[in-house]
Design a binder for this molecule. Sequence first.
Ligand code: ASP
Length: 330
Amino acid sequence: MTTTREKERTRSSHLPFGDQRDSPFYGRDIVSVRQFTDEDLRYIFDVAHEMREMVSRIGAFDLLKGKLLANLFYEPSTRTSASFTAAMERLGGSVIPINEVKYSSVSKGESLPDTVRSLEAYVDVIVLRHPEEGATALAAQYTKKPIINAGDGVGEHPTQALLDLFTILEELGEVDGLTVTLVGDLKYGRTVHSLARLLSRYEVTLNYVSPDILQMPDKIVTEIEESGTPQAVHTDLESVIGDSDVVYVTRVQKERFENPADYEKVAGAYVISPETMKLAKERMALMHPLPRVNEISIDVDDDPRAAYFRQMEYGMYVRMALLALVLGKA
Ligand code: ASP
């Protein structure tokens, strides 16, 4: 097993010009949003903002030339895997995609520790999505290379939460003072678990709107209580949408239900339509981590407040920043 301390010791002492071994992120794993300090967050968002500027000016550049990333996905993904690939390639690096683990040795019964130990022989950084909570933390103990959590079951999705926060900053200019309403599957939705934790670091008010059986888990509510963040639970969106600066809608996570009949009871509980948007503030952001399954009507897509496709683009800049930082470029 490899501890963080051992990871530090394995850093090369012959780094090419431009590497910054003193970067607070160099060689670090990204497992949970809880690991970041306020300063870390400011730094990531500053670098992400610079990445955005660079992409709009020159498209791609060679900051990570010669570096390799393994995208190891044990669950389906469109945006997370594609945006990590786009991020790596826009920085001049390359990607080994392992998106269909059924075609890899995992289907022969290989353990997660053995898989990551093997991949670290080839690559500089591993991005992991896995159906079990805690999988990234476990895998991180077995590899010296930085490993990034791209979703661990119902646990966390830290890079999504970072891009969600970056979206709020880019769209609304600030986070402090905002009322953020999280809607839908708050029980199984890992993106809202990470986002609520991250938002509680700021001066926000949180509303949780969900069917009774899909409420935010107690352990997260209790954790957030300690930060003093006001939290309110609702079942109807209409009562809070008019006060919300951000409405963050999630998909009901069908794949996490043990009983399909329970899913049928709550699927379609909330659908944002142009009528719903009439109740919302003129200046607000409507967000969704995507994929959507009818939670937001396509008639809303042209509303300037609909930020979900811009949110995906912001994700690439945040992931460019994270890759550059964990690989020692600042
Ligand atoms: N793409 C997000 C995730 O992987 C949201 C979702 O699947 O609903 O968690």
